[in-house]
Ligand binder design. Structure first.
Ligand SMILES: O=C(CO)COP(=O)(O)O
Length: 250
């Protein structure tokens, strides 16, 4: 891994106040691995409390609204997230794209808004199983990248490749398929941003766990992981952070 590894937990709609204890434990793990960037995106209700305490990890949002303020019942804006202590946000997760009907244009507007508020962005892309079976995986992901990446520049940006069929299923693509997709994403990033596209970390997400992290993180152009289920306890998340650290140390 040429870039600093970035290991991010997406807690989704899991997280009561009790999980603050888990967050503290994850922060202590992050402190032991200064060469690895660690982030957690908890539910909005925990962002402020976690950000107040976090020393070694970044706290982020799972989504953000494209407008800075206004009459948008139930939404959270990028300046509000930043004000609560968040340092980054996920945008374009497949659960947002499919369950909330978010288009590439919506995702792009969110990414632009997040960066305008000074937040890092993890922009998610990924094909469905039917699209992969039809041989369309790379074309679909390339279309998502061209449609949703902010055009102004690559600063503060990471991309997460999350095949929809691998999320929460225990199934992961072959190492060859991960390598091919990350190579294709890198080529798109360089086509869009020029040399700056080489510095964008491309995370893999979808059923990453302690058992497969080392193999997945060892694939060329995999710059980290976006982890769902296995990020919910410090013990399983620590094993993934440790796998990333071991790979840099060789
Ligand atoms: O969607 C994911 C992270 O954003 C992946 O979730 P799982 O790790 O639970 O498969």
């Amino acid at each position: 891994m040429a870039l600093r590894p970035y290991i991010v937990g997406n807690w989704k709609m899991n997280g009561l106040r009790a999980t603050l204890a888990e967050a503290r434990a994850i922060d202590r793990v992050a402190a032991r691995y200064p060469a690895v960037d660690v982030g957690i995106a908890p539910p909005f209700t925990l962002v402020h409390a976690m950000a107040e305490e976090a020393q070694a990890m970044a706290v982020g949002g799972q989504d953000v609204h494209a407008k800075p303020s206004g009459a948008f019942t139930g939404n959270i804006s990028a300046p509000m997230l930043e004000d609560a202590g968040a340092r980054f946000t996920i945008v374009g997760h497949s659960e947002r794209r499919s369950l909330h009907g978010e288009s590439d244009g919506d995702v792009q507007a969110k990414a632009v808004a997040a960066r305008a508020a000074g937040l890092g962005v993890i922009l998610c892309v990924g094909e469905t199983e039917a699209e992969r079976d039809a041989g369309q995986a790379e074309a679909v992901v390339s279309g998502q990248l061209h449609g949703s990446l902010p055009k102004e520049g690559a600063e503060g940006l990471a991309v997460a490749y999350e095949p929809v069929w691998a999320i929460g299923t225990g199934r992961v693509p072959s190492v060859e398929d991960v390598a091919a997709m990350h190579r294709a994403i890198r080529a798109d990033l360089v086509a869009i941003y020029g040399d700056a596209g080489k510095g964008v970390r491309i995370l893999y997400g979808g059923s990453v766990n302690a058992g497969n992290a080392s193999e997945l993180l060892g694939v060329a152009d995999v710059g980290g992981a976006l982890v769902g289920g296995a990020s919910l306890t410090a013990e399983s998340f620590a094993a993934i952070i440790n796998a990333a650290a071991m790979l840099i140390e060789g």
